[in-house]
Design a binder for this molecule. Structure first.
Ligand code: CP
Length: 312
């Protein structure tokens, strides 16, 4: 694998082999992420966090990853405090930022923003979420969570529940699951179904894909329940949002009768889709998932910013 100097805009930018190698490298980073081991592989590096949309986990876990590896961050956490308020374009902002930092982690409300940034930047761009588009590093940590729980990513039955229309995490994750040969069950309110172009692409990728609107039936024999929040901020019509708000909720009653080893995942933040009582059950994997963001992002940054591999 050589990701040195490469952008990560979409999960499609990584082969299955590269994903497997990143997950193996991430496992080795866990003691560093926990603070029980030190590392300094990014000692001379500056990574810019350009966040033009709210974030807790993605920005802070990237910052933790950089700092645990001895690097430093330049952070935009509030678009309103930048010269974009004066009308500066994203292109110019990124072009300039790429002369200050060794890599740029970008979150932006517009789908396609990371692709545009990759054209503007002289340094690698990592997409940390572009509108309803992609969230490839979330997918890497989602896969790390499943692999840690089951020891494999092949042959799992994964139920994707919730907002499959606007949820960028599921857009990236479904494609990766197809690459690993896991079964995908789509479960959403009718108005939030996975867009046709994504389904088509998944079918072309050979995905084992089915649709089951009834969550209880979807959960039969499932290994993973991946829950997403309804992405309120992406709705142009508030009535459309209110028509689906609160239409699904995972609680202990729903989980009764599922496989004992079923894990419940969520990219977080949650907004009522998972009852707090689930936190106390062995099914809850979402806080471990949030922690694994740090070693996974360490492994990724090490590859992108580390030395060029021979033959790479
Ligand atoms: N999972 C995720 O992207 O969380 P944040 O929006 O808090 O970064």
């Amino acid at each position: 694998m050589s990701l040195h100097g490469r952008d990560l805009v979409s999960i499609r930018d990584l082969s299955r082999e590269e994903i497997e190698q990143l997950l193996a490298a991430a496992r080795k980073m866990i003691p560093v992420a926990e603070g029980s081991k030190t590392a300094s592989s990014l000692a001379d590096k500056i990574v810019a966090m350009a966040f033009f949309e709210p974030s807790t986990r993605t920005r802070l876990s990237f910052e933790a990853a950089v700092q645990r590896l001895g690097g430093r961050c330049l952070t935009i956490a509030d678009a309103g405090a930048t010269s974009m308020r004066k009308g500066e374009s994203l292109y110019d902002t990124i072009r300039m930022l790429s002369s200050y930092a060794d890599a740029i982690v970008l979150r932006h409300p517009n789908e396609g923003a990371a692709r545009l940034a990759a054209r503007a930047s002289e340094r690698p761009i990592v997409n940390a979420g572009d509108g309803a588009g992609q969230h490839p590093t979330q997918t890497l940590l989602d896969l790390a969570t499943m692999q840690e729980a089951f020891g494999t990513l092949t042959g799992l039955k994964v139920v994707l529940l919730g907002d499959l229309k606007y949820g960028r995490t599921v857009h990236s994750l479904a494609f990766a699951l197809a690459q690993f040969g896991s079964e995908i069950v789509l479960c959403s309110p009718p108005s939030l179904r996975l867009p046709d172009d994504h389904r088509e692409e998944l079918r072309r990728a050979g995905a084992r894909l089915s649709v089951e609107p009834d969550v209880r039936r979807a959960l039969a024999d499932a290994d993973v329940l991946y829950v997403t929040r309804i992405q309120k901020e992406r709705f142009s019509d508030e009535e459309e949002y209110h028509a689906v708000a609160g239409s699904y909720r995972v609680d202990n009653a729903l989980l009764a009768g599922t496989k004992p080893r079923l894990i419940v995942m969520h990219p977080l933040p949650r907004a009522g889709e998972i009852a707090p009582e689930v936190d106390e059950t062995p099914h809850a994997a979402y806080f471990r998932q949030a922690f694994l963001a740090v070693p996974v992002r360490m492994a990724l940054l090490n590859e992108i910013l580390g030395p060029t591999r021979r033959g790479g």
